[in-house]
Write a protein that binds this ligand. Structure first.
Ligand code: LLP
Length: 427
């Protein structure tokens, strides 16, 4: 694939950064900072490239809401023909509100509540990916109560070695909390096949996130295909879907994203003979490179021989640097030839509140705008109100137009669930 052929969405025009045809200056002036700015062309480009690569086999791309779930973005993906992957009742609610139908939805997650399972069944989702035998039994009971049959996918832990950038985002290795251990899948499948209100429609895996090597995917897929053979031998032949999860890596620095054509080719040779429909659950690949976080420098100061840029965004807007030690490129919105070495830190009362440490970067001063790159995935969705900070605004850009997708929180939004005078109840 090579980054070169992917749309970037951001470029320098007349001395300053623009997203597609709209200058970031203009957006900051109109909606303020911190602001998340997303290029819809990048989202469309990524979706269409992946869809085209998978074209040789029956497939569907289920965009993973946890990466970024605002309504405006979901509208774009719905119009492209995407399905969705959700992991909570809240995400299901968002998906349905955005006009996705039940059959567009895969419901996953390691700890679904009975209420969430009921909601998934009521929504008539395509697949509920279960992670234990106990969950299959609970699902059978709830489906029985509702008078429906639960469409089950078993999330398999394929127990492959993965090369993800951080141990928090590996999920498919032996001993992980995710999925049914490989050697217990046959037993779980028999339970799903025998219970009256469940039907086994799929096998699923998700081995980790920000993956660059293809072999763990292919090894995992082979493990699923191997299981499929065992299930057939056992007389279980209701399967329709092979879901290989998400995890495709993107470039934040100089990483080389996996070659989509090679990836699809290798998958086709393994999946096509099964006659099943391939499902994928990408999040980061579709939206990761599509967004920047616009933040303004509040102060520049020196301390202990270090230069600090104190910005109006920090760990509350982008948790990835402090939580995963993640690298996000930072540039001044206005062109400059001067460079500096700085710690870019937020206003939160934590030493772990930083966007970059010891970074060689564009020189910046109080009042300047910075763009923190590649925040389209796991940016806004991981934001918090710590220090009672209102969440920032989300903006979509499409060519020469832009729109607010999510308004900036107001102080009143931060306290609207609080009881002014809590009513005491006696024990
Ligand atoms: N499917 C399942 C079952 C998942 O758990 C995930 C992500 C995905 C699909 C989508 O993975 P993606 O294509 O986006 O890699 N907050 C972390 C990433 C956590 C990913 C969790 N699961 C980060 O900021 O790097």
């Amino acid at each position: 694939m090579g980054e070169g052929v992917l749309t970037s969405g951001f470029s320098r025009v007349d001395g300053a950064l623009a997203c597609e045809g709209v200058s970031l200056d203009r957006i900051a002036a109109e909606v303020g900072t911190p602001a998340y700015v997303y290029s819809t062309s990048v989202v469309r480009d990524r979706y269409q490239k992946l869809d085209a690569a998978l074209a040789p086999m029956p497939h569907r791309i289920h965009y993973t809401l946890k990466a970024n779930s605002n309504r405006g973005l979901l509208n774009v993906l719905r119009d492209l023909g995407a399905g969705v992957d959700v992991v909570s009742g809240g995400e299901l609610f968002r998906a349905m509100r955005a006009g996705f139908g039940g059959k567009d939805v895969i419901f996953g997650g390691v700890g679904k509540t009975e209420r969430e399972l009921r909601e998934a069944l009521e929504a008539q989702v395509l697949l509920i990916n279960v992670e234990s035998e106990a969950e299959i039994r609970l699902l059978d009971r709830v489906a029985g109560e509702l008078g429906v049959t639960a469409p089950i996918g078993i999330r398999v832990n394929p127990e492959v070695t993965v090369d993800s950038s951080h141990r928090y985002i590996k999920t498919g290795e032996k001993g992980a909390k995710f999925g049914v251990p490989f050697d217990e899948v046959l037993g779980a499948a028999r339970v799903a096949a025998e219970l009256p209100h469940t039907t086994l429609l799929g096998l699923d895996m998700h081995i980790g996130s920000q993956l660059f090597r293809l072999d763990p995917y292919l090894d995992g897929t082979e493990r699923l295909v191997e299981l499929l053979g065992k299930l057939k031998k056992d007389g279980i032949d209701t399967l329709e879907y092979l879901d290989i999860g998400g995890g495709l890596g993107v470039s934040y620095d100089d990483e080389q994203p996996p070659d989509l054509t090679r990836f699809a080719h290798a998958l086709t040779s393994r999946v096509q003979p099964t006659g099943l429909t391939l499902l994928m659950e990408p999040g980061r690949f579709i939206v990761g490179n599509a967004g920047v976080l616009l933040t303004r420098v509040l102060y520049r100061k020196r301390s202990g021989g270090r230069q600090f840029l104190i910005t109006d965004a920090g760990m509350t807007e982008l948790l990835r640097p402090s939580h995963y030690d993640a690298y996000h490129r930072i540039e001044a919105v206005h062109d400059t030839d001067k460079q500096m070495t700085a710690d870019v830190v937020g206003p939160v009362c934590e030493s772990g509140d930083f966007l970059a440490l010891d970074r060689e970067m564009d020189d910046a001063n109080a009042g300047d705008l910075l763009a923190v790159y590649d925040v389209g995935a796991y940016g806004y969705v991981m934001a918090s109100n710590y220090n009672t900070r209102p969440r920032g605004v989300e903006v979509l850009v499409d060519g020469d137009r832009f729109a607010v997708a999510t308004a900036r929180e107001r102080y009143e939004d931060l306290v609207h669930l609080e009881h002014e005078d809590p009513q005491w109840r006696d024990a």
